[in-house]
Design a protein around this ligand. Structure first.
Ligand code: NAD
Length: 508
């Protein structure tokens, strides 16, 4: 890890505030970053205070005045170089993501690959920020719409995708002409500093104004400053529904824009027409991957009664064989939870579901002893439930899978939709009618609905996000770029008259 930290320019005490080219020690308290892998201190960060924050915003405002005048394809060229810089650092950054957050090394590298992919996507997009043209009802008039940059985009991110979510936002915002201020999770500050260090080399080389990419490390207070700040045109916030409610209300109160990516409670429906050889790996990866700490983790499994026992028994057998341990060791399937608070949430949820009548089929254990010194390793758990009690309806960010039986597809879809969240969903079936019903207006109410693949592991090309308490935001692919721009409708009169719309007469 020493070599990784050196490559990424992470020191034992790091500056927590940076305006792209300049970085300075924050004036706030020191934050320690411990690894959930082995409980070791990785590094410290000097956090920001309000004065630091104000300085960052002033620099960002100045940078915007310059950045918005750079042609979009030229901004794309800068993002292309950022993609190359990330390629050069993929191994080291992926390892740090894995060590600081606790996800498997494969997923750590995957997260960096996702950042590279979004850079490529954004480069292409930088020549495609299309607006429409319309036919005017008036002679010798032309109408069209164009898209302009918004200004400062504030990004509040969660611990579980400590770097990819930032890149989904920044790479698009940058080609759109915005400048970005990032408040990463206080649980993963070092991966954020590593990203800023990588980006800085590109900004410096190209003489880009300071403030195009700012980083400001601190706790939720910094998130609140951003949410309440009228200088920040858009807040893109990823995290819990509790956080999203607070941010959404604060931003709405000042008529700002918000893009909310919040909690999920994702389900898979397995019908009697499913191919179980595809179902089993999808369910296991969806439920235990990233130790159940993905917003798209499979938390609920609806099984047709005809195969309920078979799938249940196969899952319990596989869970017994899962290797839990150091996520940097590629032989292991399941790494740690982020911290001991998350372990407590796991224990509380299992105790609650048992009180509500749930039957634990396997798991329900916090691991101790050699290799588990951090106290963050838990056994993935399967619980059989008869109905969706309050614990089932709540997102517990841990590897707990609830099994339920159904008779008809109508019933399964209704159950699937009967939770407050609406992020990701899947059906496993080889029957075309069942698949189409699930995808129809009368089917899944989620932002993501899949057929014969699991709920997690989205590609960057699609718009990502969900409905209801998931917040309604869409990021990444498709036309999500429009969130980062403002639309302007233009009407141009090249005649010698002044005809009014709707034929209104106004004679002088
Ligand atoms: P969290 O809500 O505790 O924290 C997320 C971020 O919000 C952190 O940076 C935190 O400092 C900040 N924050 C907290 N309260 C705030 C407030 N009142 N005002 C402003 N900022 C505030 O979430 P977490 O534990 O880091 O992440 C896990 C959650 O994130 C889960 O619910 C998961 O489903 C969700 N998530 C959603 C998506 C998605 O795309 N829908 C992606 C990843 C994670």
């Amino acid at each position: 890890m020493k070599q990784v930290l050196k490559t990424l320019k992470i020191k034992s005490l790091n500056n927590g505030v940076s305006t792209g080219v300049e970085s300075w020690a924050g004036s706030g308290k020191v934050l320690n970053s411990y690894s959930p892998v082995d409980g070791q201190l990785i590094g410290k960060v000097r956090q920001a205070n309000r004065e630091d924050y104000d300085k960052v915003i002033e620099n960002a405002k100045e940078a915007f005045k310059v950045w918005r005048t750079v042609p979009a394809p030229k901004r794309g060229e800068i993002v292309r170089q950022m993609g190359d810089a990330l390629r050069e650092n993929k191994d080291a950054l992926g390892r740090l993501v894995s060590y600081e957050m606790g996800k498997s090394l494969q997923e750590g590298w995957g997260e960096v690959q996702e950042m590279i992919d979004i850079c490529d996507f954004a480069v292409g997009l930088s020549r495609q920020l299309y607006g429409l043209t319309m036919h005017s009802e008036r002679p010798q008039h032309r109408m069209y719409e164009q898209w302009h940059p918004l200004g400062i985009v504030g990004i509040i991110s969660a611990f579980n995708f400590p770097v990819a979510v930032w890149s989904w936002n920044t790479m698009l915002a940058w080609i759109c002409g915005d400048v970005c201020v990032w408040k990463p999770s206080e649980k993963t500050p070092l991966t954020a500093i590593a990203c800023q260090n990588i980006i800085q080399t590109v900004l410096k080389k190209n003489d880009i104004p300071e403030g195009v990419s700012s980083l400001i490390i601190g706790d939720r207070k910094v998130g609140e400053w951003l949410s309440n700040d009228a200088n920040v045109a858009l807040i893109s916030a990823t995290g819990s529904t509790r956080m999203g409610k607070a941010v959404g209300q604060a931003v709405a109160a000042r008529f700002g824009k918000s893009l909310l990516e919040l909690g999920g409670n994702n389900a898979i429906i397995v019908t009697q027409n499913a191919d179980l050889e595809v179902v089993i790996p999808a369910v296991v990866f969806g439920a235990v991957g990233t130790a159940g700490q993905r917003c798209t983790t499979t938390r609920r499994l609806f099984l047709h009664e005809s195969m309920y026992e078979e799938v249940k028994n196969r899952l319990v057998k596989i869970y017994a064989q899962l290797r839990i341990g150091d996520p940097l060791d590629m032989h292991n399937h399941v790494g740690p939870l982020i911290d001991t608070d998350a372990v407590n949430n796991y224990k509380t949820a299992i105790a609650n579901i048992q009180n509500e009548g749930g039957k634990v089929l396997c798991g329900n254990e916090v691991l101790t002893g050699n290799g588990f010194e951090s106290g963050c390793y838990v056994k993935p758990t399967i619980v059989e439930v008869e109905s969706q009690t309050s614990t089932v309806c709540h997102e517990t960010f841990a590897p707990i899978l609830y099994l339920m039986k159904f008779k008809t597809l109508d019933e399964a879809i209704e159950l699937q939709n009967a939770v407050p969240q609406g992020l990701s969903s899947s059906i496993f079936t080889l029957n075309m009618r069942e698949a189409e019903q699930f995808l129809s207006y009368a089917g899944s109410d989620c932002g993501i609905a899949n057929v014969n693949i699991g709920t997690s592991g989205a590609e960057i090309g699609g718009a990502f996000g969900g409905e209801k308490e998931t917040g309604g935001g869409r990021e990444s692919g498709s036309d999500a770029w429009r969130n980062y721009m403002r639309r302007q409708t233009n009407t141009i009169n090249y005649s010698t008259q002044l005809p009014l719309a709707q034929g209104i007469k106004f004679d002088l």
